[in-house]
Design a protein around this ligand. Structure first.
Ligand SMILES: Cc1cc2nc3c(=O)[nH]c(=O)nc-3n(C[C@H](O)[C@H](O)[C@H](O)COP(=O)(O)OP(=O)(O)OC[C@H]3O[C@@H](n4cnc5c(N)ncnc54)[C@H](O)[C@@H]3O)c2cc1C
Length: 407
């Protein structure tokens, strides 16, 4: 069997052939709450959107959140997700004070950085393979209001990005960049850094919470049989989107909800634009010193091959890499492109390039990542595997992901 949160991962991490998925969505209660100490304990099926609604009016916030409000706390722990200022806030493990785990052989176990620390680290970023996470005690952060101010900083030269992101991450609360990787000319890599800040505000928009209206689901993703992303449309969209930075000379204010969950409501159409065939997301953490070589090599490959690159985005990371957690020092780049015959060649090229640049791939984002690539990229692949087998020799928890990666 394997646990399932919202089932929103791009990889088949919560299901597999011959595997029973255990849905945690109804385990969504708040168990304990200490606003003064800024601590909350919730069941693992609690969604980020629900938690946001409960906390935001109380001036509190979860510092590390991925980009969709229906993602669950269990999914955040098991994939050790990153948020929008990883270099300052770390990954999700940094927000977890304690969790309870159920495994049929071991019963219910309390884990924390001090109690059973090895199993705690194996479970945070363990892809659900150590058992069912039942609940978690989380650290919270105070916020001045439910509004954010967003500034766009133009990036005219991708080779300057590492330094620019460092400066942005030091002065802003959320930082990520957008780039035009579809341009085959001198505009390749141009774009902007989006800097977000918490602000004081009485704006009424803060009450307009939309967590309940999210429709993204595995069932509806392929409703549009044909995709609209091709070289022509992607060129047009990237040109228009890239022009945003030129016209947005002043900071804009928007709700914190819209700022931390960029792909929700009408923007979920983005996924449908890829059609029933869907898309690939490739995300890799590349050491800053190799980032220019990495991006230039991609430019050269795309100049010779016909593949529309719908999205390129970068975040700054810092910290220590451990087990199979997607963390460490460097630039985290994310690329989206339609699923087609050329995309398979591109993925093989990216795997080789990422290894050459001493990067690591994001296991939860890539539905086809081969075992040999993960084993070569993650120095502690064998350690993760042996700790897992020591804890659970029968290997009761499995998924397509764990079988593909031979865990
Ligand atoms: C629009 C969008 C934006 C995203 N943005 C980001 C981002 O900014 N940063 C980032 O890091 N990721 C991001 N992601 C990826 C996402 O955060 C992870 O894939 C996350 O694990 C999904 O959570 P889920 O609740 O859907 O879990 P599922 O997809 O159901 O499961 C994911 C993994 O968690 C395990 N799991 C879930 N619940 C439990 C439980 N209770 N006990 C034990 N194991 C459990 C599953 O077994 C599986 O291995 C994004 C995904 C989407 C769709």
């Amino acid at each position: 069997m394997i646990s399932r949160g919202a089932g929103l991962s791009y990889a088949a991490a919560s299901f597999g052939e011959g595997v029973r998925s255990v849905d945690h969505k109804l385990f969504n209660r708040i168990i304990d709450f200490h606003p003064d100490a800024r601590v909350i304990e919730v069941e693992s099926g609690k969604t980020l959107g629900d938690l946001y609604e409960f906390l935001v009016g109380r001036g509190l916030f979860l510092a590390t959140q991925p980009g969709h409000p229906r993602i669950t706390i269990g999914g955040c722990i098991a994939a050790d997700i990153h948020g929008k200022n990883q270099s300052r806030d770390g990954t999700f493990i940094n927000q977890v004070m304690e969790l309870t785990l159920f495994h049929p052989t071991h019963g219910v176990i309390r884990l924390s950085p001090n109690d059973e620390p090895e199993l705690f680290r194996l479970t945070c970023g363990g892809y659900g393979l150590t058992g069912n996470i039942l609940s978690a005690r989380l650290k919270l952060k105070s916020i001045p209001s439910p509004m954010a101010e967003v500034t766009l900083v133009p990036v005219d030269d991708i080779t300057k990005l590492p330094e620019m992101l460092k400066a942005s991450a030091a002065r802003a609360d959320f930082v990520f960049s957008w780039h035009d990787f579809d341009s085959r000319g001198s505009d390749f890599g141009k774009g902007f850094i989006q800097e977000g800040r918490f602000i004081e505000s009485n704006d009424a928009r803060n009450t307009n919470l939309t967590a309940g209206k999210q429709t993204l689901s595995a069932e509806s993703r392929g409703d549009w049989k044909l995709g609209i992303f091709n070289r022509f449309t992607v060129r047009m969209i990237n040109t228009l989107y890239g022009a945003r930075a030129k016209f947005a000379s002043k900071p804009i204010q928007l709700s914190l909800f819209d700022s931390i969950f960029p792909i929700q409501n009408s923007k979920e159409l983005y996924f449908k634009f890829f059609g029933a065939a869907g898309f690939y997301e490739y995300q890799a953490l590349i050491p800053a010193c190799n980032f220019t070589y990495f991006s230039k090599s991609i430019q050269l490959w795309l100049q010779k091959n016909d593949l529309p690159l719908a999205l390129a985005s970068v975040k700054l990371f810092s910290g220590r890499q451990d087990l199979l957690r997607f963390s460490g020092d460097g630039l985290c780049i994310c690329l989206d492109f339609p699923r087609c015959s050329t995309s398979n060649e591109f993925l093989q090229f990216l795997d080789k390039l990422m290894l050459e640049c001493r990067g690591i791939p994001n296991i939860i984002k890539d539905s086809r990542l081969p075992q040999n690539v993960v084993r070569e990229a993650y120095p502690q692949y064998e350690r993760f595997k042996s700790q897992l087998h020591q804890f659970d020799p029968a290997r009761l928890y499995q998924s397509e992901l764990s079988k593909r990666l031979e865990l």
